[in-house]
Design a protein around this ligand. Structure first.
Ligand SMILES: [Zn+2]
Length: 491
């Protein structure tokens, strides 16, 4: 009898337990739907304005590399400040550095909640060569669903998604994390002053994760998340022959031509397999394992489309590696520019005195930027024949960076992308460099999550830079989920 009684009590208890669980489940489902609906409704209502605001920002030619744009830089920082204030940040400040200022903003809801630091940059690359643009670089136009303008994808259009995600969360009263913004103005010139700034403002910038949208994904159909960026070494090499330009008829054949010598030196950097021959170049590279390479090569890739996209008949690269590997796990060497002698209209015979090249290397984890710059400078100085003199110096550099895929930040990003794209994003190694990554992690001690919504075909740093409007909206839609999932990892 007692047994039967116990049984009844147990069954009844279980019923109550399940009932409670069921009610909790329903409430949770309801809450979940409420915030989702609120976000969607708010964003749908304001989408035109979001886009117009972003395009306004693109009209400011904030080119950090050129002194003629100093005032535009200030104007742009002011515009970013204004937009952050209008979007609901409590505190926004333009903070001075030894170079261009940083825009800092925050919206703190609860000191006990996790804090997300959003990093972005308001400066852009120079727009030159202007004649290759189909429309004016600082007068954005919409064509085929894309916004064409310098900075549309890199990085104004991308960091602005975070500003509008903040607005969405604030206006729908659904913030679940504290949000801080660090929008700098010197990324495109190598962030020379940001390390010092971050070091001096560790408390202000304190966060649990750093979120960056300044990279691309594979495609809208195959979303991906970058798990690493390459580092960079950048040097300039100047070769001098005679101490002034000479008549190529009178002196040609008797005096070394610096352009010929420099070309030969550059040509010697790759062998017939496009493997780099510079001594020590690969010394610190940790080779990816077979398993890692297999996983990486699962990413969808069509060689035909890739060739079409860049406009070549045949691809080029280091033998033994796939395209994804060449741009992800392998270090590379590129000549970014070369000049000397007469380059004006018509013909002018001259044996130039000087030839110069800008040369950079992309680095993979475990390689050091400073060490690589020294390797490159030593190489060019050493192989020069005695008929010329070589001056080489370092421009800027940056260390490679990797982020683990089992961190709470990565998991939140992956879930957020899955939620809005309907597919789990593929983790990929990005080919570009964001030199500030290693500095941010070193100074603030937290991991960086790359949630880029651009495409490789967005013409970053090139004429006709563009950013898909669908990408822009998708980013704004996805980012609030990141905050939600980061604050409630069990959701
Ligand atoms: Zn960028």
């Amino acid at each position: 009898m007692a047994d039967l009684f116990t049984k009844y009590v147990n069954v009844f208890g279980q019923f109550l337990f399940h009932q409670k669980f069921y009610i909790r489940f329903i409430t949770y489902q309801k809450n979940k739907t409420i915030f989702m609906e609120a976000w969607e409704e708010y964003q749908e209502k304001n989408k035109e304005r979001f886009l117009n605001e972003m395009m306004e920002l693109l009209r400011i030619p904030s080119v950090s590399a050129k002194s003629e744009h100093i005032q535009d830089m200030t104007k742009c920082a002011e515009a970013v400040k204004k937009s952050l204030l209008a979007s609901g940040a409590d505190k926004v400040e333009i903070m001075q550095t030894d170079g261009f200022p940083v825009v800092y903003a925050e919206k703190i809801i609860d000191a006990n909640k996790p804090t997300v630091l959003v990093y972005g940059h308001y400066d852009v690359q120079p727009a030159e060569p202007l004649e290759l643009w189909h429309s004016k670089p600082f007068d954005p136009v919409i064509k085929d669903g894309k916004v064409y303008a310098r900075g549309s994808a890199d990085d104004k259009g991308q960091f602005y998604m975070h500003v509008k995600a903040l607005e969405t969360l604030v206006k729908t009263n659904t913030m679940s994390t504290n949000i801080k913004f660090l929008i700098e103005g010197e990324e495109e010139i190598g962030s020379p002053n940001l390390g010092k700034f971050v070091g001096e403002h560790k408390e202000l910038l304190k966060a649990d994760v750093i979120l960056i949208s300044d990279s691309s994904m594979l495609s809208m159909e195959n979303p991906s998340l970058d798990i690493g960026v390459r580092g960079l070494s950048y040097i300039e090499v100047e070769v001098t022959g005679a101490d002034h330009d000479l008549h190529s008829g009178t002196y040609g054949g008797a005096v070394a031509n610096p352009i010929t010598i420099l070309s030969k030196m550059i040509a010697s950097c790759h062998d017939e397999n496009n493997h780099i021959t510079i001594p020590g170049f690969y010394d610190d590279v940790i080779e990816s394992t077979k398993e890692e390479r297999e996983l990486m090569n699962k990413a969808p890739y069509s060689e035909e489309e890739y060739k079409k996209e860049v406009g070549v008949n045949e691809l080029w690269g280091e033998k033994g590696y796939t395209t994804n590997e060449r741009t992800g796990i392998r270090p590379t060497l590129e000549v970014n520019g070369i000049w000397g002698g007469y380059t004006g209209e018509g013909a002018k015979t001259v044996l130039p005195s000087k030839a110069t090249a800008k040369i950079s290397a992309r680095l993979v984890p475990n390689q050091s930027s400073a060490k690589m710059s020294k390797i490159l400078i030593d190489y060019f100085s050493k192989i020069a024949p005695p008929s010329v003199t070589v001056k080489a110096f370092e421009h800027h550099g940056g260390e490679p960076y990797m982020t683990p895929i089992d961190s709470p930040g990565y998991k939140a990003a992956s879930k957020a992308v899955e939620k809005t794209f309907g597919k789990t994003p593929i983790p990929v190694r990005g080919g570009g460099s964001i030199p500030i990554c290693s500095i941010l992690e070193r100074e603030l001690g937290v991991k960086i999550i790359f949630m880029g919504f651009g495409l490789d075909s967005d013409n970053l740093h090139s004429p006709n830079e563009k950013y898909g409007i669908a990408n822009f909206y998708k980013g704004i839609k996805t980012i609030p989920y990141f905050h939600k999932y980061f604050s409630e990892p069990n959701l």
